[in-house]
Design a protein around this ligand. Sequence first.
Ligand SMILES: Nc1ncnc2c1ncn2[C@@H]1O[C@H](COP(=O)(O)OP(=O)(O)OP(=O)(O)O)[C@@H](O)[C@H]1O
Ligand code: SF4
Ligand SMILES: [Mg+2]
Length: 363
Amino acid sequence: MKAMTNVDDPDVMLSVNGLEITFKTDQGDRVFLRDVDFDIRRGEVLGVVGESGSGKSITALSLMGLLPNAGRVTDGEAWFKGKNLLSMTSDQLDEIRGKHLAMIFQDALTSLNPVLTIGNQIIEAIRAHQDISKAKATNLAVDLLDRVGLAKPKTILNQYAHTLSGGMRQRVMIAIALASEPSLIIADEATSSLDVTIQAQIMHLLRELSLERDMSVMLITHDIGLIAQMADRVLVMYAGEVVEYTDVFTMFEAPGHPYTRALLDTVPSIEDDKDRELTAIPGVVPEDYYAINSCRFAGRCEFAQQQCRETRQVMRPLDDCRQVRCMRAQNNELDFVHSTQCEASKIALARRKEEAKKRLSQG
Ligand SMILES: Nc1ncnc2c1ncn2[C@@H]1O[C@H](COP(=O)(O)OP(=O)(O)OP(=O)(O)O)[C@@H](O)[C@H]1O
Ligand code: SF4
Ligand SMILES: [Mg+2]
């Protein structure tokens, strides 16, 4: 159920509706992901957070047509440039992947071609998209390698993947993904193996490109700090479902779902005593969550009541800027859920974007 944007809106780059993913397991078919709805607007960074196993990667992989063999999309649509990605043949997807839609993964080891130089791979990606001379493409490749923070980019062009460190390969992969100037890039924990300075540099580059080219970014991460810094809107996932969908200011100031609140409680704040132990959300994600047809968070939720364990939860808007999957929040029964000024958040988001654009234009 999507209340905030619309598939026909020209400002929307990707519109996902009712996505459901099923895996074949030894015990039979299991629906691991269901009822996933979201949009990504042009030039927007959508952050996706949630504990391990919540379904972040399979959501992204399904959009790319790259689910593992045991998995398949059993329901839903994903509209991108007027076409439904989920009903495309692999030839049709090949046309779109890399060129308009790119994904960067955590592990670049297996993604680079071992027999082609780095230069060949980047230049090929650039020329697949732009009709330019090899010399011009080489200059662009050098520029890209420089922008992802690689020293001596000209030397790297002549090297093969096995001669580079893991961190360098990761940055080369990111450069290749960006080379074709995709309209949407999905980054799945793409920088978590890099040191913090390089990570900041890559995130800065993604932000710049989103502003310069109106590139949309789906940023999948466990790092709430990165969400605060990068995301415009956020999709919070738990046990194969979206539980909250909101803008980043509202998420931090006025979370509407008990899981989002618990997730934020695990992040140390600057006022915290530095010896404070990091808290974790009590309990674990139930292994058989696909079998839970009521609230999947009920086993760990401090606000759970009998009704939560008996009723399937659906996404509903709390207001203009928050949708949550929690009947108690929707019924206004949770004290921590306070009202918020959605309009003020929209203004703050727009202002942050304008300031970033200004900084960018000033070099
Ligand atoms: N190849 C597979 N076969 C069977 N089930 C799978 C497979 N891959 C994923 N799943 C199921 O889908 C669920 C979601 O997995 P996914 O990899 O999307 O989680 P995630 O949110 O990306 O976690 P992480 O933060 O650890 O990367 C998993 O809990 C798992 O049960
Ligand atoms: S529906 Fe109930 S158990 Fe589930 S998140 Fe809301 S309050 Fe907690
Ligand atoms: Mg993952």
